[in-house]
Design a protein around this ligand. Structure first.
Ligand SMILES: *Cc1c(COP(=O)(O)O)cnc(C)c1O
Length: 402
C-alpha cells in the first residue's frame, strides 16, 4: 500500500501522496467515484477479480473506490513504517473497530485513564458485553503500568496528550512495556497526527486518528483512520469489512482536500496556541496551563523529545473561580464558538470537569493548588492571534463582574 519516497519532507508528502496517475487521470485530484457496482468487461474478468480483499482493486463499493484508496494511501505514506490504513466513518468507529480487531472474549484491555471519554465508554459498555475486561492505568506511572498487566492482558489503549487534561506520557516506554508483555499497543494520535508524532516508529502497533479534526480541518466531515504494519493492517481491514465500515467518496475527497493544507494550518495554529498559552500563563485568573509546547509546562520535556509538531488544542484551569464566573467568561467570547470537536479553522471553547471520569489518576492533579479545579479547553483556529487574545481578555473582564 505504501510507496512514497520516505526521505521526502512531510509537507512534500502532504502534497504528493495518494495522487497515483491511475486514480487521478489527467487532473490534480482523484475524482469522486460514487459507486456501489463495478462493471466487468467479461465474465472471465469478474472471475479474475472476484475475491479481491485488498484496497486498490475494485470489487464492490463496500471495499472502496479510487477516491477512498487515494486517501488511505496518502495517510499510509505520512505514517512512517505503516503498511496500510483503514478508513472508518468516524474517529470513534476507528477506535472501536481497531479494539474489536485485536481483542477476544476473556481478554483484558488496559486503557489510559485520560482517554477520550467515548473510548472509555466503549470499553466499559460494548467491549464488556463481548466479555472483554477493561482496567484503567495512570499513564504517568510507568511502574504502575508494568504491574497492571496480567496473563490475559492483550491490548493497551494509549492517548498522548490525554483528552481534556493534556498530560504527555512516555509513549515509547509504555509501548515497549506492552510489547514486552505480549500486548498490542494502540495509540489515539489525533492530537499530534503523524506530522507531530510518528506513532509506529515510536513502538506503537496501531496509530488511530479522528480525521474529523486536523485532516478534515474545516468542521464539515466525520471520519477516522487506523494505520499499521502488515500484520495488524490485515486484521484491521478484515474486521472493518466484517462490520461493514465504509466512508463516502465525497467525504474522502473533502478529507484529501483538507490533508493538502494540514501542514500550514497546524504550523499556524500551533504557533498561535503557544503564544496564547504563554499569555494565559501570566494571567492572575489562571491557576495552571497545560500546553505541551509551552516550555514552562511539565509536559514540555517529553514533548520536545518525542514530538515534531503540536496543534492548537490545549487547556487551562482557573484559579479561585466559580462555575458561574467560568460561564460568564465563556459566554463573553465572540471569536470562540462553544462546541465540541476541534482542529477546524475556527476557534472553539469548552469547559471541562473530568473528576468523575478519572479512576486511576487524580483530578485536579496533585501539583494543583487549592481552588485550581475548573478547566477550560481551547481549540485555536486560524484567526489573528492578537484578536483571540483580545477576546479572551474581554472574557476575563466579564468574569470579574459578578
Ligand atoms: C474527536 C476525537 C475522537 C473521535 O472522533 P470522531 O470523529 O468525533 O468520532 C477520538 N479521539 C480524540 C482524541 C478526539 O478528540
Amino acid at each position: 500500500m505504501s510507496g512514497g519516497p520516505a526521505e521526502q519532507g512531510k509537507n512534500t508528502r502532504l502534497v504528493t501522496s495518494g495522487r497515483r496517475k491511475e486514480w487521478t487521470g489527467p487532473v490534480v485530484n482523484p475524482p469522486v467515484w460514487r459507486a456501489s457496482t463495478h462493471l466487468y468487461e467479461t465474465e472471465a474478468d469478474r472471475k479474475a477479480g472476484g475475491t479481491s480483499n485488498s484496497d486498490g482493486e475494485f470489487y464492490y463499493g463496500r471495499r472502496g473506490a479510487p477516491t477512498q484508496w487515494a486517501l488511505s494511501d496518502a495517510l499510509t505514506q505520512l505514517e512512517p513504517e505503516a503498511f496500510g490504513t483503514v478508513l472508518y466513518p468516524s474517529g470513534v468507529a476507528a477506535i472501536t473497530g481497531a479494539l474489536l480487531a485485536v481483542l477476544r472474549p476473556g481478554e483484558v484491555l488496559l486503557v489510559t485513564d485520560n482517554a477520550y471519554e467515548p473510548t472509555r465508554l466503549a470499553a466499559l459498555g460494548l467491549l464488556k458485553s463481548f466479555g472483554i475486561e477493561t482496567r484503567f492505568f495512570d499513564p504517568l506511572d510507568l511502574d504502575g503500568f508494568e504491574h497492571a498487566f496480567c496473563e490475559k492482558t492483550k491490548a493497551v489503549m494509549l492517548e498522548s496528550p490525554g483528552s481534556l487534561t493534556m498530560e504527555v506520557s512516555d509513549v515509547p516506554a509504555l509501548a515497549a512495556i506492552a510489547r514486552d508483555k505480549g500486548a498490542v499497543s494502540l495509540l489515539d494520535n489525533t492530537w499530534a497526527s503523524p506530522l507531530g508524532f510518528a506513532a509506529l516508529e515510536h513502538g506503537c502497533d496501531i496509530s488511530i486518528m479522528s480525521l474529523t479534526k486536523h485532516v478534515g480541518g474545516h468542521s464539515d466531515l466525520m471520519m477516522g483512520s487506523a494505520s499499521a504494519g502488515e500484520k495488524y493492517y490485515r486484521r484491521l481491514r478484515r474486521t472493518a469489512q466484517a462490520l461493514g465500515h465504509v466512508v463516502s467518496p465525497d467525504d474522502a475527497s473533502l478529507a484529501l482536500r483538507g490533508l493538502r493544507t494540514m501542514g500550514v494550518r497546524l504550523k499556524k495554529s500551533t504557533a498561535s496556541a503557544l503564544e496564547i498559552a504563554r499569555w494565559l500563563y501570566g494571567r492572575p485568573e489562571v491557576g495552571f496551563v497545560r500546553c505541551p509546547m509551552l516550555p514552562d509546562s511539565p509536559d514540555y520535556r517529553l514533548w520536545q523529545r518525542d514530538f515534531t509538531g503540536g496543534c492548537g488544542l490545549f487547556c487551562f484551569v482557573l484559579k479561585d473561580s466559580s462555575e458561574a464566573a467560568r460561564a460568564r467568561f465563556i459566554d463573553t467570547l465572540d471569536l470562540f464558538g462553544i462546541g465540541y470537536s476541534w482542529g477546524g479553522f475556527e476557534s472553539l471553547v469548552i469547559p471541562f470537569d473530568p473528576a468523575s471520569i478519572r479512576t486511576a489518576m487524580p483530578w485536579p492533579p496533585a501539583s494543583a493548588g487549592t481552588g485550581e479545579r475548573l478547566g477550560i479547553r481551547l481549540s485555536i483556529g486560524l484567526e489573528d492571534t492578537e484578536d483571540l487574545i483580545h477576546d479572551l481578555e474581554r472574557g476575563f473582564t466579564a468574569m470579574e463582574q459578578a
